[in-house]
Write a protein that binds this ligand. Structure first.
Ligand SMILES: Cc1cc2nc3c(=O)[nH]c(=O)nc-3n(C[C@H](O)[C@H](O)[C@H](O)COP(=O)(O)OP(=O)(O)OC[C@H]3O[C@@H](n4cnc5c(N)ncnc54)[C@H](O)[C@@H]3O)c2cc1C
Length: 449
């Protein structure tokens, strides 16, 4: 495995060429001609970025999602002397949790969208909008498309990307087409806007959704989304069918609750097909192939299996043996094996905790404390992240069910496993209100209080 390699000028230019050509979650290839023309511009990126001089030990947090936002806030909380810089390539935050309820018009976009400036101003850290290209652990520099920044500690929380090769779509052009026509809605906010438009414009026919296999982001969200799409079709009395292809043998979470919703509320709309391993997609002909069948569709939301953000791989810290290209890290303290100044958290982590916003939030509070303790030459005892996930199943009023769970480390198997779990699979309006109150509390914590 390539480990902690020096992020050379040559690699930097290569990475910069790729990222500048298009900073989406899809791979984009710059032509030789483009790269040649861009070289002077790329060389300018080797200068120091225009950020305020650090007034204490600088901690750079890469990724302003649920993990990074919480991390930035709590680093300052646990050690006010830290000079914290949060970097995200996007200009604003849009929440994925509760986005399915937004698809069904149960909340406004304002509820989900928040400003990085508010978070930074209210919690006394800096924010820079930039794409991070990599880092050099020897000189402790983070390279971005706006120049480099020196760090004392670095936290990487860049989230996930899609792995289209695991549904048989290998070619990058075909991947791009699939991503743009039938986005999964689990990585960028533009995908969500496209999906909302699709659902509300749909008039009749087959609308296909799928549930990926492996450790994908938010186990319940694809089933929740099927319910929300069905609720809209039902409200509009459409002559439409939702084909839900599950690549797993059965509903992965809240099985009794979702089964009841599919049967009682959406029996006329949702056709649920478990063990439907997708093996190929013909985007032009609108056909999904599984190992045994072919399904035609009129419109679709295709959610492929996921992997850690490509940044982890481009920075040379991904374990190529791991199915999701996650880095090897200390399972309890989250730092790279031989570098206690570089940490990986959130959905890019290698630990098998549920890929959820609440998990990322509680984990980031703990890791912020770990880093603050390290700066004081102290140790902190491991504590489990908490996973909390609400799932909406009906609208007008919004009705939801929920789960809370913790993890423990099994000393015999040396693996993490679920600890105590509290599940409410009876969905009702109280659950719907609780889901909105939960989200509001989380946004308040990450942005305002
Ligand atoms: C529809 C849906 C419903 C969900 N419902 C729930 C729920 O009810 N409860 C729950 O707990 N979770 C839920 N989740 C899951 C939750 O959204 C994720 O687990 C959470 O966002 C993970 O946080 P993160 O910080 O690791 O990643 P993200 O939130 O994805 O943040 C990563 C950030 O890194 C930035 N970034 C990436 N690469 C770079 C780079 N090279 N340079 C600069 N910036 C970069 C990205 O722009 C992004 O802002 C849901 C997700 C979806 C899609």
């Amino acid at each position: 495995m390539e480990k902690h390699n020096k992020f050379s000028r040559r690699r930097f230019l290569q990475a910069g060429g790729a990222t500048l050509a298009g900073s989406t979650c899809m791979p984009t290839v710059a032509t030789a001609n483009q790269t040649q023309q861009s070289v002077p511009a790329l060389q300018r990126l080797l200068r120091s970025a225009d950020v305020p001089a650090a007034k204490g030990a600088r901690v750079i947090v890469v990724g302003g999602g649920w993990s990074g936002l919480t991390m930035a806030k709590y680093l300052k909380r646990f050690n006010p002397a830290f000079d914290v810089l949060l970097i995200d390539r996007q200009s604003a935050f849009v929440s994925f949790p509760v986005s399915n309820a937004w698809l069904a018009d149960q909340v406004k976009l304002d509820f989900l969208s928040h400003s990085f400036f508010d978070a930074a101003n209210n919690h006394d850290y800096h924010f820079m909008q930039a794409s991070v290209l990599g880092f050099d652990h020897e000189s402790r520099k983070v390279y971005t498309d706006r120049g480099y920044v020196d760090y004392d500690y670095l936290v990487l929380a860049p989230g996930i990307e899609y792995d289209y090769s695991r549904i048989g779509v290998e070619d990058s052009e075909a991947q791009n087409l699939l991503f743009h026509r039938y986005p999964g809605g689990f990585v960028t906010s533009s995908e969500l806007l496209t999906i909302k438009h699709k659902i509300h414009e749909f008039r009749r026919g087959v609308f296909l959704l799928n549930v990926p296999n492996g450790d994908y982001r938010c186990a319940a969200a694809p089933y929740e989304r099927a319910c929300m799409v069905a609720a809209i079709f039902k409200q509009q009395r459409l002559r439409a069918k939702i084909l839900l292809l599950d690549m797993n043998p059965e509903i992965k979470i809240k099985k009794a609750g979702f089964t009841r919703a599919f049967e009682k509320l959406y029996g006329d709309y949702i056709e649920y097909l478990p063990s439907s391993e997708i093996s190929g997609i013909d985007v032009e002909k609108r056909i999904v192939e599984t190992d045994f069948e072919e399904y035609n569709f009129d419109d679709a939301i295709i959610y492929p299996p996921v992997r850690a953000s490509r940044l982890i791989e481009e920075a040379g810290i991904a374990n190529p043996q791991s199915p999701q290209k996650t880095p090897d890290t200390d399972p309890f303290k989250y730092h790279l094996p031989d570098d206690e100044r570089v940490y990986v958290t959130g959905d890019s982590r290698s630990q098998p905790f549920s890929k959820g916003g609440h998990t990322a939030h509680s984990e980031a509070q703990y890791v912020a404390e770990v880093i603050a303790a390290h700066a004081l030459d102290k140790e902190l005892q491991w504590r489990s992240p908490q996973t909390m996930c609400f799932s909406a199943v009906d609208i007008e009023p919004l009705k939801a069910m929920s789960i809370i769970t913790y993890y423990r480390f099994n000393q015999q198997s040396h693996l993490f496993e679920f600890d105590r779990t509290h599940m409410i699979e009876k969905w009702d309006a109280q659950g719907g209100q609780a889901s909105l109150a939960w989200a509001e509390g989380m946004y308040r914590d990450m942005f305002y209080s």
